[in-house]
Design a protein around this ligand. Sequence first.
Ligand SMILES: [Zn+2]
Ligand SMILES: [Zn+2]
Length: 227
Amino acid sequence: MNIWNLIFLFLFYFMTIPISIIIYYLNKIYVFVYIFVLYTGLSFCCTLCELYIPTLIKQIMPVYGAHLKLVYANMLMTIFTVPFINYTTLYDPIGVFMLRIIGYLIVSDTLFYWIHRFSHTNKHLWKYHKKHHEFQYPSGITAIYAHPIDFILTNLLPFLCGPALFGYSLHTLIFWLTLVIFNAVISHSGLNFPIYYDANHGIHHVKRNVNFGFILWDKICKTKNDN
Ligand SMILES: [Zn+2]
Ligand SMILES: [Zn+2]
């Protein structure tokens, strides 16, 4: 956790307050609209940056073609989670907010690490997960380029289980989704952006047998690789 991470976490905290208020007074369907706009806008910005940084040219894949259909099919699938969004309050007190986010991080790191690692070693699961590995040097927008079954197992399940288990206010949910989307998109881009804990996911795409998670489990299981 460096100073930049803290600055961005503060920024996300305050940025998501007006967004949460707007969604609170409109309709929960706008949670879906928000993640759609955030993912699209952020990955488009990443692509533009990657295009203009010569050392990252090799990371640019022809993703703005047929591949985008799968990206947006997965994105559209998240609309089915909207009926299950069930918040009663707009904000959490700061202490509850922090405890919940820590809980989400522990649950998501654990589930993501083990489901992801198992997806590499189990031949039935690899059949689905290998789709995501078509890109050895992915681009931001390919963060959710995955077989829909793999997307449910390694994305939706690990990152939505925390809120389902520990509860959420609308603001806590929006903050969490913002953090998850930023991490997913940035960790698949070639950009060395200071806010992400999934710093070595790019190496996972090259070597495939390291960096299955993002916080703790890679260190515990000695699967962390920084080179
Ligand atoms: Zn993988
Ligand atoms: Zn990936």
